[in-house]
Design a protein around this ligand. Structure first.
Ligand SMILES: Cc1cc2nc3c(=O)[nH]c(=O)nc-3n(C[C@H](O)[C@H](O)[C@H](O)COP(=O)(O)OP(=O)(O)OC[C@H]3O[C@@H](n4cnc5c(N)ncnc54)[C@H](O)[C@@H]3O)c2cc1C
Length: 280
């Protein structure tokens, strides 16, 4: 455990107290990753900054052109959100695959992203949704495509003390799917996961975005597969073609959870099933 925990109640207070805190400090949101790391001896911060009281971080808000999901929004709150179901169907489809109901009551979307895991389910779905990450550091804000936040396993483009405020998802009417292969049907870290967001008109794919989990060093936007799908009929032939192309975009590792080649093959299978579900 750290030596102490501070809990600012506003962003202004956070930026004010930062200089007085020890250099070994990290944010604490739901704690499901950081406390687990601490229990395993893999976390040695002197201070945790509990951000759960900061107003605005736990909001889901619609504007004319986008949906904002705050970084402090619990996974279970997304599950209950009609706006998320409407504008982020791939994210909504990912939620039942995310850990267990009790864990979803604690875990936040911001923690899922900041943790930088290639198998983060919420992140993989948001990458397929074309989400942006909204970041802040001492009053300075920036916005970047979420897919560009990830640099490698557990490595993100976040600067020291930079806070994820939330995620902005462009509002467009589209269909979405999320399929995950784990050790069990539910409650497990994925061996491979596929998220799809697509606009389909009269059986033709007008826009497609495919993201992959657990098959690359980062949650991966499958750019070639996504581009290849555009302007094609959502036919058996297209689905078979996409499921071949997607395999070439993966660079999976073999570890205790799965063999690399199996992950690659299953990406093709999961994409095939996901696209078929959109065609149904
Ligand atoms: C038993 C178990 C099962 C799990 N199953 C899954 C699963 O199925 N799918 C899945 O994707 N994940 C799973 N996880 C991982 C974890 O629950 C998620 O990654 C969760 O979303 C982390 O959110 P949190 O709020 O708990 O983050 P925390 O543990 O509080 O923080 C995680 C990291 O993010 C940083 N951080 C948090 N919020 C911010 C912010 N706003 N800005 C900047 N940095 C921030 C913290 O400093 C820390 O480094 C599981 C974890 C456990 C223990």
């Amino acid at each position: 455990m750290p030596d102490f925990i501070v809990k600012p109640s506003t962003l202004k207070e956070l930026w004010k107290i930062l200089p007085s805190l020890p250099a070994g400090r990290r944010y604490l949101a739901g704690g499901t990753d950081i406390v687990t790391a601490d229990n395993c001896g893999a976390e040695s911060s002197e201070c945790w900054i509990d951000i759960s009281d900061i107003p605005g971080l736990a909001l889901i808000k619609e504007t004319a052109g986008s949906l904002f999901i705050g970084s402090g929004v619990k996974i279970s709150a997304i599950e209950r959100s009609a706006a998320a179901a409407r504008w982020c169907p791939a994210l909504a489809a990912a939620i039942p695959h995310f850990a267990s109901p009790s864990l979803r009551n604690m875990a936040t979307l911001g923690g899922n992203a900041a943790n930088g895991s290639p198998c983060a389910d919420g992140v993989c779905a948001l990458v397929a949704e074309g989400a942006y990450a909204l970041l802040a550091l001492k009053g300075k804000k920036r916005r970047l495509l979420l897919k560009d936040l990830f640099l490698g396993p557990k490595k993100t483009a976040l600067k020291k003390d930079e806070l994820i405020l939330g995620f902005e998802i462009p509002k467009r009417r589209h269909a979405g799917a999320y399929l995950k292969l784990g050790p069990r049907a539910y409650f497990g870290i994925s061996k491979a996961a596929v998220a799809v967001s697509a606009e389909i008109e009269g059986g033709t794919i007008k826009r497609a975005s495919v993201a992959l989990g657990s098959v690359a060093p980062v949650p991966l936007h499958a750019a070639r597969t996504s581009a290849w799908l555009v302007n094609k009929k959502l036919s058996a032939e297209t689905i078979a073609g996409a499921s071949e192309i997607v395999k070439a975009e993966t660079s999976p590792i073999t570890d205790a959870r799965s063999e690399g080649e199996y992950r690659r093959e299953m990406c093709g299978v999961l994409l095939e099933r996901a696209l078929k579900s959109l065609a149904a």
